[in-house]
Write a protein that binds this ligand. Sequence first.
Ligand SMILES: CCC/C=C/C(=O)SCCNC(=O)CCNC(=O)[C@H](O)C(C)(C)COP(=O)([O-])OP(=O)([O-])OC[C@H]1O[C@@H](n2cnc3c(N)ncnc32)[C@H](O)[C@@H]1OP(=O)([O-])[O-]
Ligand SMILES: NC(=O)C1=CN([C@@H]2O[C@H](COP(=O)(O)OP(=O)(O)OC[C@H]3O[C@@H](n4cnc5c(N)ncnc54)[C@H](OP(=O)(O)O)[C@@H]3O)[C@@H](O)[C@H]2O)C=CC1
Length: 289
Amino acid sequence: MGSYRLHPPQSGLAWEVADVKVLQQRLLAGTHAVVTGAGSGIGQGICVRLAELGAAVTGIGRTDSALQRTAELVARTQGNFQWFSADVRDCAQVRSVISEASAELGMDLLVNNAGGQFYAAADEISDKGFRSVVDLNLNAVFTVISEAKQFLARRGGSIINISLSGVERGSVGLTHSLAARAGVLAMTKTLALEWAHLGIRANCVAPGVVISDSLPGAIASDLRDRVVPESVPAGRPTPTADVAELVAFLATPAGRMITGQLLQIDGAAHLGRGLHMVDNWPPGEEGGE
Ligand SMILES: CCC/C=C/C(=O)SCCNC(=O)CCNC(=O)[C@H](O)C(C)(C)COP(=O)([O-])OP(=O)([O-])OC[C@H]1O[C@@H](n2cnc3c(N)ncnc32)[C@H](O)[C@@H]1OP(=O)([O-])[O-]
Ligand SMILES: NC(=O)C1=CN([C@@H]2O[C@H](COP(=O)(O)OP(=O)(O)OC[C@H]3O[C@@H](n4cnc5c(N)ncnc54)[C@H](OP(=O)(O)O)[C@@H]3O)[C@@H](O)[C@H]2O)C=CC1
């Protein structure tokens, strides 16, 4: 009888390149993109790449210093970036910011990236904890999209909702977040239908493990050394740059027929045992490390 186990990635593969920038320079010139959660991690990487491709980018987040850092990174690419400090869970505040940013420019791309959760078993999540996570990862996405619609409809824009690998199958410790993200997936498919005639497309991009600077060191090490080898068939984390390139591609005319999709960018993690079906996750919990 044969057996199969996850193998570490083979070296020398053709796609083992440091720089995944494959899109034509200035491809997004003349477009306006709005990105939430723009001050760190995936959102920051998306802002920098979109600006490098020529888009005027508006970033939204709660921490001025983080958004300022994104502005500095964009400036190095000669890109165009403005930012607004706002909490996406504050409906009035975020609606006002979306309108102000897009009144003149319109909007060609909206990336709902702000999100997150704490890890806890379902029976350890209070009503307030559940609602907090759903508010951030589902309700706020609806508010932002509904305000953005009028601007996206001017030229036919693209909505990208950042999701989580495994959203369709479940994952331990994430009842609240996956309930919210499954809601976003259903919303995405519904909007793809309702707004297709306006040229508005809506897709979910679901990364696997992205080890960004914003993750605490212990979590980042555990992801790299244990979670990825045990649960990602490709044996690698997902680089932020790969997510950014996919988001940018979906905003181009080459993506014009792609709508209502869930694109999991995770090295097949969603087909395997799942990112969170590893023992003692997250590290530092009882029995962990
Ligand atoms: C493999 C890698 C995949 C990575 C995926 C990523 O997404 S990486 C993305 C990385 N980035 C992030 O994930 C972002 C970081 N996450 C956050 O900022 C927050 O967790 C939040 C935004 C989700 C909630 O914010 P908030 O200000 O609304 O929250 P609050 O403080 O006011 O608490 C509300 C309720 O939640 C309760 N509660 C809290 N923790 C726990 C717990 N561990 N246990 C149980 N319960 C917990 C708390 O007790 C309270 O309920 P109570 O006791 O009053 O009934
Ligand atoms: N890292 C990973 O492995 C994966 C991440 N994801 C998802 O990708 C997205 C980005 O994650 P990542 O970059 O890793 O994490 P970060 O924590 O670095 O990014 C989240 C960003 O959202 C902002 N944010 C959080 N709450 C709010 C709010 N209420 N209003 C406005 N902005 C807010 C944060 O800034 P501030 O606190 O200053 O407002 C922060 O910049 C999230 O949705 C995450 O769940 C999905 C799969 C894997």
